[in-house]
Design a protein around this ligand. Structure first.
Ligand SMILES: Cc1cc2nc3c(=O)[nH]c(=O)nc-3n(C[C@H](O)[C@H](O)[C@H](O)COP(=O)(O)OP(=O)(O)OC[C@H]3O[C@@H](n4cnc5c(N)ncnc54)[C@H](O)[C@@H]3O)c2cc1C
Length: 212
């Protein structure tokens, strides 16, 4: 917590700089919200992300306007959130959410070596759908050249989490209104086959039993 940007001003008991805790969140998440400024204009870009070692991996089209800014090394702030539940308390004021969240600061570095790009593209697909790369054609040279791959070091970050029941004021504890948590889960539906797919191949296990 030596960086002033990650020092909590309220509820410090919910905030940590635990790398393993950050990894557990980043490894479950599919989407990162990447915030940065282009001139005076702030943008927040939702992007697929994957953690590889001590880096968060991002990718996009070389032609992408905002991704080009990231590749130039502008300062970014990335937010990754897993929503675990809605907390219903006795008083409107105490309603809350249970969540696990990471905020990460730094500058992305573009990866240009084709071999490393191929490895990171593989890792990104495997992060999103584990097992998929064994079944799918890997990117060719032209596709890799058209893809920008960025790594953002996981160095300056904070983890914030909330779990458990509502925390109501003593004056409300005698209230008989229902209170507690509504857990929220991300649930995959049944896979829908592409109608253009020739033949009738079996749905792979990683699609049939997709879980997050
Ligand atoms: C869940 C999710 C995952 C994504 N993953 C990736 C990824 O891994 N890599 C990637 O490159 N892109 C991803 N995208 C798309 C990404 O958010 C951008 O749209 C894309 O990168 C194009 O950026 P650009 O700078 O070229 O957009 P431009 O077309 O130059 O943006 C121009 C304007 O279009 C609007 N716009 C752009 N993107 C969005 C958006 N997502 N939502 C609403 N308005 C928008 C904004 O007003 C923006 O100022 C993802 C989007 C979602 C929702």
């Amino acid at each position: 917590m030596s960086d002033p940007r990650t020092r909590p001003r309220q509820l410090p008991e919910r905030v940590s700089d635990d790398f393993e805790a950050a990894c557990a969140i980043l490894d479950q998440a599919l989407v990162a919200h990447v915030g940065f400024c282009d001139g005076d204009q702030p943008y927040v870009l939702p992007m697929a992300s994957a953690r590889v070692g001590h880096d968060l991996i991002l990718h996009g089209a070389v032609a992408g306007r905002l991704l080009t800014r990231l590749a130039e090394g502008v300062e970014v702030c990335v937010g990754v959130t897993l929503l675990d539940g809605l907390v219903l308390s006795r008083a409107a004021f105490g309603h809350s959410m249970n969540y696990r969240s990471v905020m990460l600061f730094g500058r992305a570095v573009e990866v240009t070596d084709p071999g490393t790009k191929a490895q990171l593209a593989h890792a990104l697909v495997e992060h999103i759908v584990p097992g998929r790369m064994a079944d799918t054609r890997p990117p060719d040279d032209r596709e890799l050249a058209a893809t920008r791959l960025l790594r953002l070091p996981i160095e300056t970050f904070s983890v914030k989490q909330r779990s458990g029941p509502p925390q109501d004021a003593a004056k409300d504890m005698a209230s008989t209104t229902w209170c507690g948590e509504i857990p929220l889960h991300q649930v995959a539906g049944d896979p829908v086959p592409d109608p253009a797919m020739p033949g009738d191949p079996a749905v792979p296990a990683y699609a049939k039993r997709y879980r997050r």
